[in-house]
Ligand binder design. Sequence first.
Ligand SMILES: NC(=O)C1=CN([C@@H]2O[C@H](COP(=O)(O)OP(=O)(O)OC[C@H]3O[C@@H](n4cnc5c(N)ncnc54)[C@H](OP(=O)(O)O)[C@@H]3O)[C@@H](O)[C@H]2O)C=CC1
Ligand SMILES: O=C(O)C(=O)CO
Length: 315
Amino acid sequence: MCKILVTDGMNRNAVNNLRKFNIDVEHKFYDGMELGEKLKDKEVLVIRSKNVITKEIIDKACEGNTLKLIIRSGVGLDNIDVEYANKKGIKVFNTPNASTRSVAELTIGQIITLSRFINISNITMRHGQWNKTKYVGTEIFGKTLGIIGLGRIGKTVAKMAHDLGMNIIYYDILGEMNSCEDYTFCNFEEVLKNADFLTIHIPLERNQGYLIGRKEFNMMKDRVYFINHARGGLVCEKALIEALDNGKVEATALDVYEEEPKVNLELVNHPMVSPTPHLGASTVEAQERIGKEIVKIIYNFLVEEEIIDDMKIAL
Ligand SMILES: NC(=O)C1=CN([C@@H]2O[C@H](COP(=O)(O)OP(=O)(O)OC[C@H]3O[C@@H](n4cnc5c(N)ncnc54)[C@H](OP(=O)(O)O)[C@@H]3O)[C@@H](O)[C@H]2O)C=CC1
Ligand SMILES: O=C(O)C(=O)CO
């Protein structure tokens, strides 16, 4: 029987589907060396963002000689030492398409939240304040949205924002994109300098360092709206707080943080911050799609390894 360890939650339908293949699914959070130990008799590990899969954990797991597959429910593989896992013969998969729409919708939601003081109004009204004249916002129609990273999520945000009347400028390491003629490709600095709203949608690479620090904030337009739903490690939180305090950044929305799940109270208590606790993919629909993708990956793996016959089960 194939044994799977799921450390950080999985859609119920997906678990039920896996059980059709006579798979033993253990559902429990383990971390560090304890996780390595628990993996000694498992073929598959399914994680989300809570675990960091290091060389040491992989080495410990490999003592059991069973682990063949690690699946990241979601997109970012920055919490897995993929190169080392592959070197040890362990395949690593993610579910790249399942959460695109959900992250993009959250981003659009936050763009409007920031521009209309929704977050700070929620908070101050609960304290009995009626700040009608203080919170005069701005329409997003006709404003320029700068996107760093025009991949799956960046493109979806671009389409939605363009449909709402925003002008889109973007920078992507891949250069100018075909079929994106409604949007203007610029270099990184030009995007920073010209965006009224700026949003980041790139992966965090190992040892990359900050993409946005004090120097980059200083290059931005005064009173820019800044959104990071990609990875906390891309943005220097200290520099962001400075930029909020000196008015360079008008307001910011964050879904990801330098240290998770630790809450940086100085940052999230700032009146011009709209924080969410890494909720980008937290929708019923995204989790269902992620679950389906995981079942497919595991099913293909079981067939490939000849653990089950290709039963052509409708997934
Ligand atoms: N908040 C949340 O819950 C979620 C956050 N995410 C984050 O969003 C990120 C983006 O996801 P997704 O859009 O699906 O990924 P994609 O790979 O589809 O898009 C990322 C794009 O950015 C490009 N890129 C990479 N590095 C740079 C760089 N330094 N400067 C400019 N462009 C760059 C990539 O090029 P290339 O292909 O050459 O690398 C690619 O075109 C994920 O990596 C993840 O960290 C994802 C899902 C949920
Ligand atoms: O899929 C991702 O990369 C996320 O951050 C959500 O877990």
